[in-house]
Design a protein around this ligand. Structure first.
Ligand SMILES: [Zn+2]
Length: 91
């Protein structure tokens, strides 16, 4: 799990996500299944913390380490999530 603070934090993962072009499945608002490099699916959760911080968690190995990396699964799910959240606000 990591807290999203800046876009710079995401740049590497975004580059990888663009190259990889994975599949993101919508499960429910804030919960997505993202296809990993071996064809398996990881669950990514995007939610808001108590102070409005953006919290993202992924159940892949990188997302579970002590110092979690921003993995491309999280970024792929986030790009869908941000679009959906925007639609909700304007709906
Ligand atoms: Zn991941």
């Amino acid at each position: 799990m990591f807290i999203l603070e800046s876009k710079a934090q995401l740049e590497k993962a975004i580059a990888k996500a663009m190259k990889t072009r994975t599949t993101v499945k919508f499960i429910s608002f804030g919960v997505y299944a993202v296809r990993g490099s071996k064809g398996n699916f990881y669950t990514v959760e995007c939610k808001r913390g108590m102070h409005g911080e953006k919290i993202v968690s992924c159940d892949c190995k990188a997302g579970q380490s002590v110092k979690p990396l921003v993995c491309f699964h999280a970024v792929s799910a986030l790009s869908l999530h941000v679009g959906l959240a925007r639609q909700r606000q304007t709906a």
